[in-house]
Design a protein around this ligand. Structure first.
Ligand SMILES: [Zn+2]
Ligand SMILES: [Zn+2]
Length: 153
């Protein structure tokens, strides 16, 4: 349960973040941005839609995708595409982190940038390529799934 007071406060903060990113402030944008910030990260659009609807009332999945794309383009939200999963969204922190995905349960956790700065690793490319970032997905088993299936790890 959220009191109307604290919701008003976080909505004001969301509006401020939209404005400072040069975006027009709308209720769906505030609601989706709040849903992303309040989550522990890596929710898909449908889960975020469920959270945002507490504020917006009915919000279509397409509208949610449109808002998420606009927030991503504005640099407020980071979108991660992982093979075989719907896109995941989290607050953009510009920390160049990577992801570990559990093959068994699909849980996702952040992996710190191995080097500390983008692009994190040197690709074998001719010198005239300007490499700016690397997004790495590590696949394996989380501790819980390893314990449940000790022979497969
Ligand atoms: Zn797992
Ligand atoms: Zn992440």
């Amino acid at each position: 349960m959220t009191t109307s007071g604290s919701t008003g406060e976080t909505m004001a903060r969301a509006a401020e973040r939209l404005r400072s990113a040069g975006m027009r402030v709308t209720v769906p944008r505030m609601a989706v941005l709040m849903a992303v910030s309040d989550s522990e990260g890596h929710l898909d659009a449908d889960s975020l839609r469920g959270l945002a609807q507490r504020i917006t009332g009915r919000l279509s999945l397409q509208a949610t995708y449109n808002v998420l794309r606009a927030l991503t383009d504005a640099g407020l939200v980071r979108t991660t595409q992982i093979a075989g999963h719907p896109a995941r969204y989290e607050t953009e922190r510009h920390d160049n982190h990577h992801h570990f995905v559990c093959r068994a349960c699909g849980s996702i956790r952040d992996v710190e940038c191995a080097v500390g700065a983008a692009p994190c690793m040197e690709p074998r490319l001719p010198a005239d390529y300007d490499t700016q970032e690397a997004a790495v997905t590590f696949w394996g088993l989380c501790p819980g799934c390893r314990a449940a299936a000790p022979l497969s790890g």
